[in-house]
Write a protein that binds this ligand. Structure first.
Ligand SMILES: NC(=O)c1ccc[n+]([C@@H]2O[C@H](COP(=O)([O-])OP(=O)(O)OC[C@H]3O[C@@H](n4cnc5c(N)ncnc54)[C@H](O)[C@@H]3O)[C@@H](O)[C@H]2O)c1
Length: 440
């Protein structure tokens, strides 16, 4: 089946428009899979979030992880053991993403690397005709964000962003009920995240460990010496690779507010905040308050407490949507409806099957979200977090960081999302390592 299918893909890649869904195959841009064809996947970046991807792929019928990709031998070795135990087989290893996507049998890549790689890998994979599940945030800067939409249009592959709450049954229900007026006219989305992250210390320049390909890890980012407090995970708090908490967690909650309010680009953005808890290498604010104001009077707020929990005690993350007749509280695992007086009217819980079970997001929402991507690949079903729309939520988070850094209220073109007042030169883009400028 595999060879037949792939020959078919090759032969039809330039002229598939005539195919219709009345055959067992469906037109989906370049890559065509029949309803019964296996979807061959690769997981890229296999330390933490990559395992949630692997578990979600493994939960789907007729799919297989044919490759794992990482640049750290110890992480690869640990993940091989994890795979054996949890999915029952150990996929092949390809360390270099560029070689990985040349593989003809590969249909979809799942990207869970640091964020300076996200847009590059998505664009390169799409160019190679692969479908993509890209973790949030989908880009490191506004320029890359823009290119993702262009790439999707040009190459026609499916690109789903990893904001998996878009596939939560209770969130889908809540948004549907909001659209039908259950809380009247919606005007405010309040997004929050509360954590007590520790210090990341002051890193020391040390020799690159033998088990790590630091050059490949850095990829598109300008080269710097290796320090002992960057990899794994703490790259989130360095600007060369990460994007801070408003992207790390805000992308989820701000996205839900945007969905509930039915809005895209705001007319202005303000941000206040600072780094209050530790003297360390962390390069972003660790507490932040952002307001996105919209033309029609609606607004979204983001309260990010990375270090120091929100008091009085609030759940770790979530969203409240306010309307003229009541409010709705949403998180990954439930939906609560309140009247204007704050009385609980309804409480819908995400079923045991689709519940999120840990901080790397693992659980049923991933399974729904990955299942939705597979349905889109096989049956051309709409994606729940299609990149053109999902990238607008990432765009808002970039604006939040730019408002914070500039100390100005950003005035935004509500059609394009571009900043109208002057803040800093070249805010749209980053510098790249030589030869790594993204191209579509
Ligand atoms: N959707 C969610 O709920 C959720 C939850 C957690 C993390 N995430 C996202 O997942 C991504 C990964 O986060 P994490 O916590 O797993 O980070 P991590 O640092 O634990 O893991 C990243 C992995 O990527 C590998 N890597 C780096 N460069 C690579 C390259 N060129 N090719 C292949 N592998 C490479 C690293 O070696 C590491 O194993 C981030 O973008 C994060 O925001 C999403």
């Amino acid at each position: 089946m595999g060879n037949t299918r792939r020959n078919f893909i090759k032969k039809t890649s330039l002229g598939t428009i005539g195919l219709t869904s009345s055959s067992s195959n469906f037109f989906i841009g370049k890559n065509i899979l029949g309803a019964n064809d296996r979807i061959n996947c690769a997981v890229v970046g296999v330390r933490s979030r990559g395992k949630a991807h692997a578990a979600a792929i493994n939960s789907q019928n007729n799919s297989k992880i044919i490759f794992n990709c990482d640049v750290d031998d110890i992480i690869i070795e640990d993940n091989n053991k994890w795979c054996k135990k949890n999915i029952g087989y150990v996929p092949k290893i390809e360390k270099d993403f560029r070689k990985l996507i040349e593989n003809k049998d590969l249909d979809a890549v799942f990207i869970a690397t640091p964020e300076h790689w996200h847009a590059h890998m998505t664009i390169m994979a799409s160019q190679a005709g692969k479908h993509v599940y890209i973790e949030k945030p989908c880009s490191h800067n506004l320029y890359e964000n823009e290119l993702l939409g262009v790439a999707q249009k040009k190459y026609g592959t499916k690109i789903q962003m990893g904001n998996q709450q878009r596939s939560a049954i209770t969130s889908i229900l809540a948004i549907d009920e909001i659209r039908n007026g259950i809380i009247g006219d919606v005007y405010k989305g309040e997004a929050y995240y509360s954590n007590n992250r520790g210090s990341i210390g002051i890193g020391k320049i040390v020799q690159v460990p033998k088990f790590l390909d630091w050059d490949l890890w850095q990829g598109p980012a300008p080269r710097v010496p290796y320090k002992d407090n960057i990899h794994p995970y703490n790259w989130h708090w360095f600007r060369n690779w990460g994007t801070g908490e408003v992207h790390n967690n805000g992308t989820h909650e701000i996205d839900i507010c945007r969905w509930a309010l039915g809005v895209n680009y705001p007319k202005s953005v303000t941000s206040f905040g600072g780094k209050y808890s530790y003297q360390d290498d962390w390069e972003f604010v660790d507490n932040q308050q952002v307001t996105f104001k919209y033309q029609d009077g609606k607004f979204i707020t983001w309260t990010g407490h990375s270090r120091g929990l929100i008091q009085p005690k609030q759940p770790g993350r979530g969203v409240t949507i306010y309307g003229s007749k009541g409010s709705i509280q949403l998180d990954r695992n439930f939906y609560k409806l309140y009247d204007l007086g704050g009385n609980l009217i309804k409480h819908e819980k995400e079923g045991a099957v689709s519940k999120t079970i840990d901080t790397r997001g693992q659980g049923g929402l991933d399974e729904n979200h990955v299942g939705n991507l597979f349905d889109s690949i096989r049956y051309n079903k709409s994606l729940n977090a299609e990149i053109k729309d999902a990238s607008i939520s990432t765009h808002l988070c970039h604006l939040a960081n730019l408002a914070q850094d500039s100390g100005k209220t950003l005035q935004i073109d509500t059609k394009t999302g571009k900043i109208l007042n002057s803040i800093v030169d070249n805010y749209w883009k980053r510098e790249y390592a030589p030869g790594w400028e993204p191209k579509v």
